[in-house]
Structures are given as C-alpha cells and as structure tokens.
Ligand binder design. Structure first.
Ligand SMILES: Nc1ncnc2c1ncn2[C@@H]1O[C@H](COP(=O)(O)OP(=O)(O)OP(=O)(O)O)[C@@H](O)[C@H]1O
Length: 417
C-alpha cells in the first residue's frame, strides 16, 4: 500500500523536482537488520537496549546469542526507469528489506534515501484499514501520499475500474478476498503516479488476467518510475528487471545487471537427485538411466548446447510384451519443455526380460539451464503405466549466451533481395 518514508535514516526528499529522466530515486547504503529467533530473548534484549540507550551507550553491537542478520550490508542505487529484482529462497531477507525501504521497520545499520512519491504493495491488506470500505481506503491512502481530495476524486474512477471492484467498492476491506485486496492495492499503488514502486510477491495471489494487466501497467509506468520487485517467478523477474540482487541469508550473493546469471545461480540450488518412484506395479525395475558420453558432475549430466545426446536406460521386465518408455523434460519452473517420443519398431528376437533403450536426440537446443526428466513406462503413452518415476535424471545445458526462453534455436537466416 502507498506509504511515505520516515525521516532520519529513511529520508524522503519531499521536493518533487524529479523531472529529469535519469535521476537517482533510491539510494541504499550498508543496510542491515537483525532479528532474534526467540521472542522472550528478543524482548529482554529490547529492554536492555532501551536502558543502554537512555544511559547514552549506543555503541554498535555484534550479534548476541539467538540473534541473526535478516538483512546484512545491502547497498544499491536505482534510477528512474530502472527495475531492481530481489530474488532468493524463502527466508533470504527480501520482505524484510522491502519493509525497511517502505519505512515499516527501522534498520539496525545503514541508510535509505528515497526521492519522490513511494507506492508499495507489500503485505496483503497492509496499509488498508479493514473496517473502512475500499472507497474510503483509497481516500486515506491518497491523502497519505499527499494528494488533495480533488486530485483523488479525479483518480477514483480509474482506480476502481482498474481494480475491477465497482460492485464491492463500498464493502469493508476485511470482507475482501485475497485477490480483491491485491487488486485494490496494486490499483492504488500504480495509479497514484509513484516515483518509486515497491512490489512484493503479493501479485502471485491475483488471477492470471489481473497479473497480465499489472504487467502492462508496469510496462507503461516504468519509464517514469523506479521499481523494486520481489518475486519467486523467474520468468516475471527476467521480463521486467534490468538489475538484480540474489539474496542468501540476508546478504547479496550476486548483484548486478546480469539478470540471467542471478537466475541461474538461484536455480542451481534446486538441482534435484531425489528420484521419486510414483507408481510401480512391480513388473518393471529400472536398472539405470544415463546420458551416454557426457560428464556427470554436481549431480547433473553436463551437456553443451546443440550437442547430440543419447539417453540410455535399462529395465528388467516380467512382461511378455515389450513396454514403451516415455520421457518428459521439465525446466526449473517445472514446465514441460519437451517430450521424447520413442520407437515404433518390432522387436521379436530380443531378450524381453532385459531391455536397454537408447533415445537419440540430435542438436539439443534447449537454452542454458538445469532440467529434470520424468519417466513413464507403459503399454502406450498415457495408458496403463507400469512404472512412473519423477526426477529420474537431471542435466545442465551450458552455453556462453545468457538466454532465458526455453529454446535457443540456431536458424538459417537469409536477407531477401
Ligand atoms: N519480526 C520478525 N522477528 C523475527 N524474525 C523475523 C521477523 N521477520 C522476519 N524474520 C526472519 O527473518 C528472515 C528473513 O525473512 P523474510 O520474510 O525477509 O524472508 P523472505 O526472503 O521475504 O522470504 P519469503 O520468500 O519466504 O517471503 C527469516 O528467517 C524470518 O524468519
């Protein structure tokens, strides 16, 4: 929800002389915040700090037992027209950082300077008064952002239309669904012409139609706004961010403009060797599966982009007929990106108990990244599976280009005369 920053450490430059297109709107220096893992100890430290504060002892403290840095030494600057992505695993410190930026909590160390009007969509419902209606909340938030009643009157219908909440705008916000709260929150934050817009993962709650609409709006306002965007959706991050911080245990594990590299690093942690047998009727046992003639390291087969590969799998079968194996390749977002169709040959003279299959794939043009395979062995695809295994094999495709779309296709291109 929209909110202005506090003074002192979080200083707001109230003058709205932000007309030039590339001025710095956010300056964050050495920001750190510690928390305590246990409430009792936290309260006790709080009392001690208060007393120490009164007696003038405000020296910098190291971590005490049970304390940890939720955010540690984060610095960045953001100009108008730039979008910073904050990514990292659960508990990495992203929301804490956003809350400091939005003035909801004070940092233990460091400084934040924000220039201009700050719109934020942080926690679901935060910034809204639950007993007031949607309409009243729009006026409240507008006033906090420094708009006059007349100015808000002019924006009101836009906000209601954008949020698609016409019917419910006079209902108390506490009765809104999560999606409705996000709609209202985003509509207020984005339609109030913010100079800085802070968006947390909450967008994930909106339905697809609304999320697409939000992205259109982000595209429209980005040239005049500095955006800080937290998300677990790497396609969304790669779509809008031109700067990135990968957070890990409160620290910046990677920071810069190389968004794809940060996403790669983020995904590396998910490389899974956790083979899951989902179903077996005990007629078939998988003896092994591997990619022939390719290195295996860090739990992954290593493949260069455009390589020819051969996936070999061996099964022991009690069946009279030769079963058919199918392989589906998934990317790290668990989207299926390829289906390997098997043979349709006739195999009369082989040993039906011990079967070795080889899938030949020519010029694998999946883009750089980590992939998993699921295996189904059945009579025919999707019918009567004898065996289903997820994450049966993982591999990494290497390429020196940082490309996000699933396929990096080498094409023959000509120029027409
Ligand atoms: N008020 C608090 N008191 C104590 N610990 C807290 C508090 N708020 C957050 N934490 C802790 O700080 C760490 C960082 O939390 P934070 O919510 O910032 O992570 P995150 O990166 O946003 O995670 P997620 O992706 O799950 O939203 C976590 O270990 C969390 O338990």
């Amino acid at each position: 929800m929209p909110k202005l920053m506090k003074e002192q450490e979080i200083a707001v430059a109230e003058d709205k002389e932000v007309a030039t297109s590339k001025e710095t709107l956010v300056e964050v220096t050495g920001l750190s915040k510690k928390f305590c893992k246990d409430l009792k100890t936290s309260l006790w430290y709080g009392v001690k700090d208060l007393i120490a504060g009164y007696s003038g002892n405000k020296k910098k403290r190291e971590l005490r037992p049970k304390e940890f840095w939720a955010v540690k030494d984060i610095s960045f600057t953001l100009k108008r027209g730039e979008c910073l992505g904050l990514i990292g695993h659960n508990g990495a410190g992203k929301s804490t950082l956003l809350k400091i930026l939005n003035g909801l909590i004070n940092p233990d160390e460091g400084k934040v300077v924000m220039r201009g009007r700050v719109g934020a969509l942080i926690e679901l419902g935060a910034g809204f008064n639950p007993v007031l209606s949607g309409r009243e909340n729009i006026y409240n938030n507008g006033a906090i952002l420094g708009f006059t009643r007349k100015e808000i009157d002019e924006k009101l219908q836009h906000i209601i239309d954008f949020a698609e909440l016409e019917e419910f705008i006079d209902m108390p916000v506490r009765n809104y669904s999560s999606g409705m709260k996000v709609r209202l929150g985003f509509a207020v934050a984005a339609q109030m012409e913010p100079d800085v817009l802070i968006i947390d993962e909450v967008l994930a709650v909106g339905d697809l139609g609304f999320v697409l609409k939000c992205f259109k709006t982000i595209d429209t306002i980005l040239p005049n706004t500095a955006i800080i965007f937290v998300s677990h959706s790497m396609p969304m991050v790669s779509r809008i961010c031109n700067q990135i911080i990968l957070m890990d245990k409160g620290q910046a594990k990677f920071q810069g403009e190389d968004v794809s590299k940060a996403i790669d690093l983020y995904y590396t942690r998910f490389a899974s060797n956790d083979v899951k047998i989902l179903y077996t009727d005990n007629n078939i046992v998988l003896d092994y599966i591997h990619i022939k003639s390719h290195d295996f390291s860090d739990g992954l087969f290593q493949i260069n982009w455009n390589d020819d590969i051969q996936i070999e799998l061996k099964i022991t079968s009690k069946l009279d007929k030769i079963p058919v194996p199918y392989i589906t390749i998934f990317d790290k977002e668990q989207r299926p990106v390829a289906q390997l169709e098997p043979f349709d040959g006739i195999f009369e003279s082989i040993d039906k108990r011990n079967l070795t299959y080889v899938f030949y794939v020519k010029n694998l043009q999946l883009s750089k990244g980590i992939y998993n395979m699921n295996l189904i062995v059945g009579k025919a695809y999707g019918k009567n599976p004898f065996l289903r295994i997820n994450d049966v094999l993982s591999f990494q495709v290497k390429h020196n280009l940082d490309v996000w779309p699933p396929l990096l296709i080498k094409t023959k291109t000509t120029l027409a005369k």
